[in-house]
Write a protein that binds this ligand. Structure first.
Ligand code: ATP
Length: 238
């Protein structure tokens, strides 16, 4: 079979003042794939993701989600995507269940089915008992799970995450990994940024490596290693 990529970047570039932060990035993510967007701090991962999801206007290039151009058809494209930044904003004065209702309203979802879906995520994340507590009192790991629940509520076909498991206990990291895999198995395309090689290794089907605003390698880590690709060591060990 031949599927069209869910997430596509073509020649994406971003200039901040005189700094060219992203220098013409091409990438794609197919339905069902978890792709790691790997690179050191400042490489251009967040800038690229923000252009892909329509939070930043590219200086040059194109981004599309499910075949919709994010700049020209933003409503159609945005309806298909979900995003969890590394420091997700959560309304501190809402409980997790109120937050689920709030997100259901934002996405104009059927409230009953959104609640049901929200409860499923709370259950998977082990938060059923704590769903009526205020988000302001949640730990970092619980906040991350609540943010994921909110961002997955509308069943995005393209899902973007910034450093999703950094600073989490192993059990929470594992849960998040399992839930992302489950979403991928249902056909969602997932692009997650990380600067940690082991996280990409544990969670991703393949990786795209960016350094100084340029893609320098792409493939499975096995392939990259077998190919004698020195770029991994150059970037992560030096
Ligand atoms: P990190 O993991 O540290 O977030 P990153 O790979 O996501 O790194 P970006 O945040 O995209 O990298 O940053 C890429 C480059 O662009 C860096 O040199 C950064 O200093 C610069 N940059 C990012 N945002 C801005 C901005 N709003 N104004 C000016 N320069 C910026």
């Amino acid at each position: 079979g031949h599927t069209q990529p869910m997430i596509i970047a073509q020649g994406l570039a971003k200039q901040y003042g005189t700094t060219l932060a992203v220098k013409g990035v091409d990438l794609h993510v197919n339905p069902g794939e978890i792709v790691g967007f790997l690179g050191p701090n400042g490489a251009g991962k967040t800038t690229t993701i923000k252009m892909l999801i329509g939070l930043l206007r590219p200086t040059a290039g194109l981004a599309s989600i499910g075949g919709f151009d994010i700049q020209r058809q933003p409503l159609q494209a945005k309806a298909l995507l979900g995003y969890v930044p590394d420091q997700p904003y959560l309304p501190e004065k809402l409980s997790a269940r109120e937050y689920i209702d709030f997100m259901a309203g934002l996405y104009q979802l059927d409230r009953r089915s959104a609640r049901q879906r929200g409860e499923e995520f709370l259950h998977l994340f082990g938060l059923t008992e704590r769903g009526d507590e205020l988000l302001g009192g949640y730990s970092h790991g619980m906040r991350q799970k609540a943010a994921l629940t909110g961002a997955l509520l509308h069943q995005p076909r393209a899902f973007f995450l910034d450093e999703p498991t950094v600073g989490l206990d192993p059990r929470s990291a594992r849960l998040i990994k399992d839930i992302l895999r489950q979403q991928a198995e249902r056909g969602t395309a997932i692009l997650m940024s990380t600067h940690i090689l082991e996280i990409a290794e544990r969670m991703c089907d393949r990786v795209i490596i960016i350094n100084k605003g340029t893609i320098i390698a792409a493939g499975s880590l096995e392939e990259l290693r077998a190919g004698g690709d020195s770029s991994l060591e150059d970037i992560f060990l030096n």
